[in-house]
Design a protein around this ligand. Structure first.
Ligand code: ATP
Length: 289
């Protein structure tokens, strides 16, 4: 079953298209990283999922229900942490917890206390007096204390120093271990996605360029250093599965879902060296830098 399922989803702001034909399946139980450059439309996509924005076209489903139609107890199964969470600044941390706890049907007070302790958040401190990093941790603690089936995080861990970031990611990874819990997060941080996620999608040019299990995708992708004269360039580019061919000192760097033997058989190719592919290299390949 998919926790999130999008079919040809489109979003325009006025006449400006931001998302155009998004197809995406986020399997239940996965930890899914949505990558993309600034302005790619990641936050827009999350806001569409939450029903804060209406799609301009296409269809989407969250926990099996059409977007914007999750209500009551079903809705309480979804927790969303925006990039800059907003709290009542005059409330103390302890008061905020009691306030949310009184409203939320899935609230776990013991978990809330554990997160406060783990993140070192003083219950007596006014929320408005917390640092940005402390508010980031408070938002995650609150979200996890509602025991979400689907946790949606926009740019988690941004603005945290290395020590607090480690604690934050530790809490997140432990929370991800709960069976049937799905986590969908956006991030600019490829390392964070590679370490925490099992699936990813890359949003670029208004579309999902590549999506699926990280290990499977990296296994199928190749980067190949090809020794060949300049005339081999167009033959290499024409091979099935080749995505990019870049000139290098003594030949070309070829990337794509292509078998090394297909390159070895290409006229003018003298030698093919197979290089590993990281998520970062794949990212650069698609965004074209
Ligand atoms: P970042 O990584 O910088 O947070 P993002 O991938 O989350 O970016 P969005 O915030 O979804 O990107 O923005 C996508 C595009 O939509 C941007 O060009 C942005 O200027 C535009 N946009 C976002 N919100 C609105 C709005 N309310 N009205 C008009 N345009 C908007």
């Amino acid at each position: 079953m998919s926790a999130v399922s999008l079919r040809n989803l489109c979003k325009r702001y006025g006449a400006v298209p931001v998302l155009d034909g998004i197809d995406l399946e986020v399997p239940a139980g996965s930890i899914y990283g949505l990558l993309g450059l600034n302005g790619a439309g990641k936050t827009t996509l999350l806001r569409l999922l939450m029903g804060f924005l209406h799609p301009s076209g296409g269809a989407g489903f969250l926990l099996g229900r059409p977007l914007g139609q999750l209500e009551g107890k079903e809705r309480a199964r979804v927790a969303y942490v925006p990039e800059q969470p907003a709290f009542y600044p005059g409330l103390r941390v302890g008061e905020l917890l009691r306030f949310v706890g009184a409203l939320h049907p899935r609230w776990d007070p013991d978990a809330a206390k554990r997160y406060l302790d783990a993140f070192g958040l003083p219950p007596e401190r006014k929320v408005g007096a917390l640092s940005t990093g402390m508010r980031t941790q408070l938002a995650l603690g609150l979200a996890l204390s509602t025991q979400p089936q689907l946790l949606i995080l926009d740019e988690p861990a941004s603005g945290l120093d290395p020590v607090h970031r480690k604690r934050y990611l530790q809490a997140l990874l432990e929370a991800c271990a709960v069976p049937e819990r799905t986590v969908l997060l956006t991030s600019q941080d490829l390392g964070l996605v590679e370490r925490t996620c099992d699936h990813f999608a890359l949003l670029h040019d208004r579309r999902i360029q590549v999506a699926g299990p990280i290990a499977e995708i990296l296994d199928a992708e190749r980067r190949l250093l090809v020794s060949a004269g300049p005339s081999a360039s167009s033959a290499l580019a024409a091979l099935d599965g080749v995505r990019t061919v870049r000139a290098e000192a003594h030949g070309f760097l070829v990337s794509g879902r292509v078998e090394p033997d297909a390159l070895r058989r290409t006229a003018g190719v003298m030698k093919v060296q197979v290089l590993g592919v990281s998520l970062e290299e794949l990212f650069w390949d698609y965004v074209g830098e």
